[in-house]
Design a protein around this ligand. Structure first.
Ligand SMILES: *Cc1c(COP(=O)(O)O)cnc(C)c1O
Length: 360
């Protein structure tokens, strides 16, 4: 059958997610599979979030609260802004899509790094915008290069901080210099999916740009430290004016009932967040030490994953690790990304990596 597809859409490749655990178990007949591929919280969801899900069953025949009043109010309280600064998404991924659809006309430009979250380019292209790609410098966003890449056609700039897949961050002073150069009518997207893991005190307070009334949006998610990736819930904090624009294209029931309930409970579980951060910090040291012992240097990371050069065909190492029951992420060339797991998972990864290095 003849099928007409826009060349922008034809230029995209479907996103390849991390392999599901059950699938690999089935394929290889393995008893144990370790997934360190998608930056999920190895401790699982907050127990409070799980408890909140139970009470949500009664109302599943009703549509969700499209205004998500309680969750948005809790987020507004947490970040000391008013309710009209908060927009929810079916994951923060969806908010990225809303931004592209809202602000990009065909041919408009969006500036982003070359090695960053793949969804930016996908959403920009799907909205018929043009992704303007600025190479990383020292595995870090080149904010001078990004400011220089802004033209009269630029509508959006994506700043992933800390950056996925490299784990690097840009500091407050560099962001301040950057914001001084960005024209007022360009919307700056601060994607802070890994904020809760950051240890460096120089991390920027990007919310200040929103409260100053700049055209900026800060994206956060319940998928990472809050451990609710499967429920799909994330949010943006932005000016009431931008919220109003995004709400024009937002599907009205995009944040589902169970996700709203669980996120609200998770937000109140500081204990789980603190514990998760501690497990991550210890796991980071374990992985850095283990990789160094094998002759590799992890790029210093502020997130819950490490990115490193395995110095041989990364795809082959990835495949060999799969056969050992360890799922990581091959990004490109010789670069692998591994999510920090529980101590035994980190050990199992390091042992498997050591094994497969002989055969790759
Ligand atoms: C994981 C991640 C997200 C969050 O995606 P959700 O749709 O909220 O699950 C957003 N940005 C980056 C950079 C991420 O790594």
């Amino acid at each position: 059958m003849a099928l007409r597809i826009h060349p922008d859409i034809a230029s995209l490749s479907p996103y390849v997610p991390g392999k599901p655990i059950e699938e690999l178990q089935r394929e290889l007949g393995l008893a144990r599979v370790i997934k360190l591929a998608s930056n999920e919280n190895p401790l699982g969801p907050s127990p409070k979030a799980l408890a909140a899900l139970v009470g949500g069953h009664d109302s599943l025949h009703r549509y969700p609260d499209g205004g998500a009043y309680r969750l948005r109010q809790a987020l507004a309280d947490r970040w000391k802004v008013s309710l009209d600064h908060i927009i929810l998404g079916n994951g923060s991924d969806e908010v990225l899509g809303l931004l592209a659809r809202t602000f990009l006309a065909p041919g408009d430009e969006a500036v982003m790094a070359d090695q960053t979250f793949v969804i930016y380019k996908m959403e920009v292209t799907a909205a018929h915008g043009k992704a303007v790609i600025v190479p990383l410098v020292n595995w870090t966003h080149d904010l001078d290069g990004m400011a220089n890449a802004i033209t009269a056609k630029t509508r959006l700039v994506f700043l992933c901080n800390p950056n996925n897949p490299t784990g690097t961050m840009v500091a407050a002073d560099a962001v301040a210099r950057f914001m001084a150069k960005v024209p007022d009518d360009v919307v700056v997207v601060f994607d802070e999916a890994y904020l809760e893991y950051v240890c460096d005190p120089h991390f920027p307070d990007s919310l200040q740009y929103v409260t100053q009334g700049r055209n900026a949006i800060v994206l956060r998610t319940f998928s990472k430290i809050y451990g609710l990736a499967g429920l799909r819930i994330g949010y943006g904090i932005t000016t009431p004016e931008i919220t109003n624009c995004l709400n024009r294209v937002r599907p009205p029931f995009n944040a589902n009932t169970l996700a709203q309930r669980a996120a609200l409970a998770a937000l109140g579980d500081d204990e789980h967040v603190t514990k998760s951060r501690a497990v991550n910090a210890a796991g980071m040291q374990q992985l850095e030490r283990g990789l160094r012992a094998l002759g590799f240097a992890a790029i210093p990371s502020q997130a819950n994953f490490v990115y490193f050069d395995v110095k041989r065909d990364g795809r082959r190492v990835f495949d060999a690790l799969l056969r050992e029951g360890v799922i990581v992420r091959h990004i490109e060339g010789t670069m692998l990304r591994v999510t920090i797991g529980q101590p035994d998972e980190n050990d199992a990864f390091l042992a498997s990596l050591k094994n497969v290095l002989q055969s790759t």
